[in-house]
Design a protein around this ligand. Structure first.
Ligand code: DON
Length: 306
């Protein structure tokens, strides 16, 4: 453990990065996300014992989007999906999260589970293993956050579906390569609902605690072996922030996963899970103030994996 005063550090981080809040632009390609006030900022830390610290809008639910990709991967592995790695890789893509071009060169095997193509494969396998991928995800997130109010946002899911041509293209291409086990419309439906889940920074920091607890859930039962938890953290570090993962690792020094709702979760294995939210995104789709806040946190505390 550390004797760091987490609450005081979060307050110092928020004050230091205040000029960055409002920079960047909220995601515009899904109308349901475009209207969020870019000046919102929240940050929370849940330590391994479940104590939560927060600053700013840390209790305000926002659209989790691609942060859910971490949880579906963990659930697919927990349900025994170890041959997943024959159908999705573990290398950074160096391409935008919704890119089509690499997938054709690489015969329908996505680079990693955190770009859209890879997440569609994971959701497909989780659907096969559970019969209800989005339901399994929601149940897990409610249990780990201790918040039964965590829920889907139907208007976001509908908006994703209405503007989901690229995801459909990725999924049908993978189906043509034999890398979809379920009908594509069913996989897309589960994926769009998965992306629509709304949670606060506090909820997400608690829900991601198993990654800081080497695979142990909130109730002490084991979701992942400590080796699997290490593997998920490693893929977050190398692939969790799209084609900016190298710069994120350089600046922050923690495994992280971002979403285009402006949230980022980050893990300090053995200590804590953090979540930061501010909707203004940089050109890669990562929250400008969020990355700055995590950078400041590790710089002030010296708490990183390096
Ligand atoms: O698939 C989409 O376009 C969004 N629902 C999720 C995007 C996101 O957060 C970044 N994707 N990796």
């Amino acid at each position: 453990m550390t004797d760091t005063d987490y609450q005081a550090v979060l307050e110092e981080v928020a004050a230091d990065i205040a000029p960055r809040i409002g920079q960047g632009r909220p995601a515009g390609y899904i109308p349901a996300l475009a209207d969020v006030d870019p000046r919102r900022f929240g940050m929370a830390l849940a330590d391994v014992d479940g104590q939560v610290y927060g600053v700013g809008d840390w209790g305000e639910p926002f659209s989790t989007q691609s942060i859910t990709k971490v949880f579906t991967l963990a659930l697919a592995l927990a349900h025994g999906g170890h041959n997943l790695w024959q159908h999705v890789g573990r290398e950074p893509s160096g391409n935008p999260f919704n890119s089509l071009v690499q997938l054709e060169y690489e015969n329908g095997i996505p680079r990693n589970p955190f770009i859209n193509a890879g997440a569609l494969v994971v959701t497909d396998r989780l659907l096969g293993m559970t019969g209800d991928a989005r339901g399994a995800l929601l149940e897990f997130l409610r249990a780990e956050s201790g918040n039964e109010a965590v829920d889907f946002a139907p208007h976001v899911a509908e908006s994703e579906a209405a503007h989901g041509e690229r995801n459909a293209a990725l999924a049908y291409f993978m189906a043509s390569c034999g890398n979809m086990l379920n009908p594509v419309p069913a996989v897309l439906d589960h994926y769009f609902w998965q992306c629509s889940i709304e949670m606060s920074c506090g909820d997400l920091a608690l829900a991601g605690r198993f990654l800081a607890r080497h695979g142990l859930r909130a109730d002490g039962s084991r979701l992942l072996s400590s080796s699997e938890a290490k593997q998920v953290n490693a893929i977050m570090l190398t692939c969790g922030t799209y084609d900016a993962a190298g710069n994120f690792a350089y600046r922050v020094g923690l495994p992280g996963k971002s979403g285009i709702g402006g949230g980022i979760i980050a893990v300090l294995p053995g200590y804590a899970t953090l979540c930061v939210w501010s909707p203004g995104l940089d050109e890669h789709g990562n929250s400008v103030a969020g990355v700055a806040a995590l950078d400041r946190f590790t710089t002030l505390t010296g708490l990183s994996v390096f």
